[in-house]
Design a protein around this ligand. Structure first.
Ligand SMILES: NC(=O)c1ccc[n+]([C@@H]2O[C@H](COP(=O)([O-])OP(=O)(O)OC[C@H]3O[C@@H](n4cnc5c(N)ncnc54)[C@H](OP(=O)(O)O)[C@@H]3O)[C@@H](O)[C@H]2O)c1
Length: 353
């Protein structure tokens, strides 16, 4: 059987990995994929790199009529473009709620949704969210939290039309090089590297003692595929309001302590690693890091959200993934820290200032 898939963000880091997994799956499932792509040159590149196994439709998330048309025409919708784009989520929702045919929606969010705000002094972060044990709390996060407006639209769909199964995958800090087709690099750490170079010194938001969880892009791709496979095969798994999956490593019996476990990092640790690596390469004059205020970081980066990338706590555990048999292969913290070298290589190659 062939399944029709409409994917957004296929030229991106996450979407490229997900598309790769669809096209290279080992269980013989056949996907007829249409990707929303923004430019002709990106479309041509995607088609060439996938050996013409993907159709590209030219458009933007703001083209809501196009989003509706391809949502209507597809069995499976995978949304990996801009996770905060409300109009396209509303367009998806409108079609799915009215659909007479069963369909699957896999939507991407992010664990910034758990972020605890930016303050000069915060108590140590002991709050750890499990996508399984804390599902009630996750379903009632305030709309003011990042990504939450679109999450809320997606999570309502099944209540309005039980024919539609929805999954939200919320990745934590993603690292590693994607198997994708265009952008192969993540956002959070590469952006911190380029901002550090612009600042001529690595830095933290205030003292940088904020904890995040992590996942390798290839493990994250495995999670998308596993969830999709189980939905297609009608195997039991948490779906809809329970179908919230953190793309985060998980650990058995971890103490609820304020110190990061081996599956987490502080942004101070990442900044120190960046400082050391940039200094070793003679790209900055000191390996020391400096504490910056949020406003200085906004001015440095031109991005109002930048302080939140590196100045919040977001401790998450991908327990739902584990429950359905997701087995991340990339678990070493040292390899995670070492991967910053690849990001530095990438940033230097594409330096724009
Ligand atoms: N990377 C992470 O660590 C991480 C973690 C959690 C959540 N997220 C979120 O997940 C989403 C995807 O992240 P990513 O790392 O894959 O980003 P990315 O590499 O920049 O990819 C974004 C993809 O979405 C497409 N896109 C963006 N805006 C669009 C629009 N208005 N219309 C149509 N297509 C659009 C891009 O197309 P072009 O190729 O034309 O630019 C690209 O294909 C982002 O919203 C990000 O905030 C990322």
């Amino acid at each position: 059987m062939t399944y029709t898939v409409f994917i957004t963000g296929a030229t991106g880091y996450i979407g490229g990995e997900v598309l790769y997994q669809l096209l290279n799956n080992a269980d013989g499932l056949n996907f007829e994929v249409t990707a929303l792509v923004r430019t002709e040159s990106k479309a041509a590149n995607l088609i060439a790199k996938t050996g013409s196994r993907v159709k590209a439709v030219l458009g933007d998330l703001d083209d809501t009529e196009l989003i509706k048309k391809y949502t209507e025409a597809s069995d499976i919708i995978i949304n990996t473009a801009n996770v905060d784009h409300v109009p396209s989520a509303e367009a998806l929702s409108e079609v799915l709620v009215a659909s007479l045919k069963p369909k699957i929606l896999i939507h991407t969010s992010g664990t910034s949704v758990l972020g605890d705000g930016i303050k000069a002094k915060k108590p140590p972060a002991t709050k750890i969210y499990s996508d399984s044990n804390n599902i009630g709390e996750l379903n009632s996060l305030p709309l003011a939290q990042p990504h939450r407006p679109v999450d809320a639209i997606v999570l309502d769909i099944h209540d309005k039309n039980p024919k539609i199964e929805t999954i939200v995958i919320a990745p934590s800090t993603i690292y590693g090089i994607s198997n994708g087709y265009d952008n192969l690099y993540s956002i959070q750490i590469p952006f911190l590297i380029s901002a550090s170079l612009k600042n001529k010194q690595a830095f933290t938001v205030y003292d940088g003692n904020y904890i995040w969880s992590r996942v390798h892009i290839k493990d994250l791709g495995d999670l998308y595929y596993l969830v999709l496979h189980k939905l297609i095969k009608k195997e039991s798994l948490p779906v809809n309001r329970e179908g919230y999956y953190f793309g985060s490593l998980t650990i058995q019996d971890a103490p609820n302590s304020a110190a990061p476990t081996e599956i987490e990092h502080t942004w101070k640790e990442i900044s120190q690693t960046i400082g050391k690596k940039l200094y070793e390469r003679k790209l900055v004059n000191s390996a020391e890091i400096v504490e910056l205020q949020p406003q200085a970081i906004i001015e440095l980066t031109g991005d109002d959200f930048a302080p939140a990338y590196w100045g919040t706590n977001s401790r998450s555990r991908g327990d739902n993934g584990k429950l359905i048999g997701w087995k991340p292969k990339y678990t070493s913290k040292q390899e995670f820290l070492d991967s910053i070298d690849d990001d530095i290589d990438h940033i230097i190659k594409n330096l724009k200032f």
